[in-house]
Design a binder for this molecule. Structure first.
Ligand SMILES: NC(=O)c1ccc[n+]([C@@H]2O[C@H](COP(=O)([O-])OP(=O)(O)OC[C@H]3O[C@@H](n4cnc5c(N)ncnc54)[C@H](OP(=O)(O)O)[C@@H]3O)[C@@H](O)[C@H]2O)c1
Length: 284
């Protein structure tokens, strides 16, 4: 049964930039609600695809923003200055605006989008299978956040949601945004190890995905430190301890810690570059 996940206040949602993420959001919101969606894009192919998903499609960003209560900004960050110039300042008034554009700070968005509630959300690629892990940050001095619930419900359509201070979004981008790529690399390495030990690749691949899912479920359910699960599996002079000795001697744990740290540093760097670029383009 469908229900209005965005609350009764939101009747129309505008998705500015119905690309990969934008169309994933349209699909997810349509699945759970009867909210009307106005989607925008530049090319015919983008507009037709959005229509197929049940959205009203247009190239007119100003029309979309003006006619919606809630707006998702899902163009590439470098395309935001064009959108900002296309939408009249008055059209943003009173809107709830959620940007998923990587790197553009809330303060920069607020310089353009005045008299509106602005949120920054960072979903990840797992949205494609309804398992996104999304962090959302709100404006610091937002006293009466009328759109908080609607924004949370919107991203819940894609998976799980966590509220974070904006400064956490950079490390979030490396942990949850790049996380699926890091885990995919680890899966690949474990599969190759099994193949080297004589297991057919297909079987090893299916098995390790089950192990990954099952371990996540176990860790969540038991709610204990991961080391406790490790110790439960580690029998004296057994197979697990031999493997752990290799992980330790090869510095795998340290390498994974550095992976997140290095990726975080790059995330900060890119964020600064993007934000400065947007400010220059918009004369802020
Ligand atoms: N992909 C991810 O996993 C991911 C995760 C988190 C956040 N994000 C963020 O999500 C945003 C979108 O990423 P994406 O991967 O979905 O990119 P994408 O597939 O390129 O989608 C962007 C869409 O924006 C449209 N667009 C560009 N300029 C426009 C304009 N002036 N008016 C209306 N539409 C316009 C494009 O339309 P046309 O196709 O017609 O040119 C395109 O469909 C980015 O800001 C990114 O930082 C992405």
């Amino acid at each position: 049964m469908k229900f209005n996940v965005l609350g009764n206040k939101v009747k129309v949602l505008a998705v500015i930039g119905a690309g990969k993420m934008g169309s994933t959001i349209i699909r997810a919101v349509k699945k759970y609600s009867n909210v009307e969606i106005i989607a925008t894009g530049r090319r015919d192919v983008t507009l037709h695809a959005a229509e197929k998903l049940g959205a009203k499609a247009t190239r007119d960003n100003d029309y979309a923003v003006r006619n919606a209560e809630t707006v998702v900004l899902s163009v590439k960050p470098q395309h935001f200055p064009v959108v900002a110039k296309q939408v009249r300042k008055s059209s943003w008034e009173g809107k709830i605006v959620a940007s998923i554009m990587a790197g553009i700070r809330i303060s920069t968005l607020k310089s353009v989008i005045k008299n509106a509630e602005v949120y920054r959300a960072m979903p990840n690629i797992n949205a494609l299978v309804n398992k996104a892990t999304t962090a959302i940050a709100k404006e610091e001095n937002l006293s009466k956040a009328k759109g908080k619930e609607a924004v949370e419900e919107l991203f819940r359509c894609l998976g799980t949601v966590y509220w974070v201070p904006e400064e956490i979004l950079d490390v979030w981008t490396s942990l949850a945004g790049s996380g699926p790529a890091f885990l995919a690399e680890i899966v690949d390495a474990l599969v190759l190890g099994a193949v080297a030990s004589g297991m057919p690749r297909d079987l090893a691949y299916k098995a390790i995905l089950d192990v990954l899912e099952g371990t996540a479920k176990l860790l969540r359910k038991r709610s204990v430190h991961p080391a406790e699960i490790r110790d439960e599996v580690t029998t004296p002079a057994g197979t697990t301890i031999r493997g752990i000795m290799v992980l330790e001697s090869e510095g795998v744990k340290a390498a994974l810690m550095k992976t997140i740290e290095e990726s975080y540093r790059r995330s900060v760097q890119i964020g600064n570059e993007i934000d400065q670029y947007i400010r220059r383009q918009l004369g802020l």
